[in-house]
Design a protein around this ligand. Structure first.
Ligand code: SF4
Length: 226
């Protein structure tokens, strides 16, 4: 298991202003800039990952390091894979320490966007690190609860977290009783080598998702049911 606690957050003012549709010379942009400065001073995105090996494949489940994961899609994706990388990445708890009045929805929204960028930095750092360290080619990732409900049930967050022990102590990410993560800008999952361009969004029928990374792919979806 390796832990990274001080990953640099790529918090660029210009790109965030553009994303938030803020005019560079506006009062809002000035206030946003002040918030961003506070965030830059304390942001510490974090990652924990563990190299793990497949023990067994059975029906619609796969056992990794003694922990059973139930997902027909995961089982198929790991058909020819022996080694995977389980991980949890987060924007870090520090950014939640910035004092913003609860009713200031605009600033809460801005902070959420800053946290998203910090999380992206953490995840990118991990993917690059793994590619370099293990000379990986193409990779893909799956996460419990991502995509249609039958892809990989969110309840399996519990099993995934158990791979690491106490994730809250390690990098500050807490799993709630409804299997959501705190800080909210955290992700967990399994990264694996693959020859296909797998992406959970391709199997997801949810309409109008602002975070969609790829269109629904009916052919790919059907191929998993063969
Ligand atoms: S389309 Fe949206 S909800 Fe569906 S998997 Fe992609 S990001 Fe998640």
């Amino acid at each position: 298991m390796e832990i990274f606690k001080q990953i640099k957050a790529e918090l660029e003012l210009a790109s965030l202003l553009e994303k938030l549709h803020l005019e560079a010379q506006s009062d809002d942009a000035k206030e946003f800039g002040e918030l961003l400065e506070k965030a830059r001073a304390i942001a510490a995105p974090k990652v924990v990952y563990k190299t793990a090996y497949i023990d067994e494949r059975q029906g619609d489940s796969v056992t990794i390091e003694g922990i059973r994961f139930n997902s027909h899609i995961l089982r198929k994706n790991l058909e020819k894979v022996e080694r995977v990388f389980a991980y949890v990445a987060t924007c870090g708890t520090e950014l939640d320490g910035i004092d913003i009045p609860k009713d200031d929805m605009l600033k809460q929204y801005w902070l959420d966007n800053i946290k998203s960028v910090a999380l992206f930095s953490a995840r990118q750092y991990l993917v690059e690190y793994l590619k370099n360290k293990y000379a990986l080619g193409k990779t893909a990732a799956m996460a419990p609860g991502s995509g249609n409900i039958d892809v990989w049930p969110i309840e399996q967050q519990k099993e995934l977290f158990s791979v690491f022990g106490n994730v809250e102590e390690i990098i500050g990410v807490k799993l709630t009783e409804s299997f959501l993560m705190i800080p909210n800008k955290s992700v967990s999952g399994i990264i694996f080598p693959t020859e296909i361009n797998y992406e959970s969004c391709k199997l997801c029928t949810r309409e109008q998702c602002p975070n969609r990374r790829a269109p629904f792919d009916k052919k790919l979806s059907e191929s998993y049911n063969k």
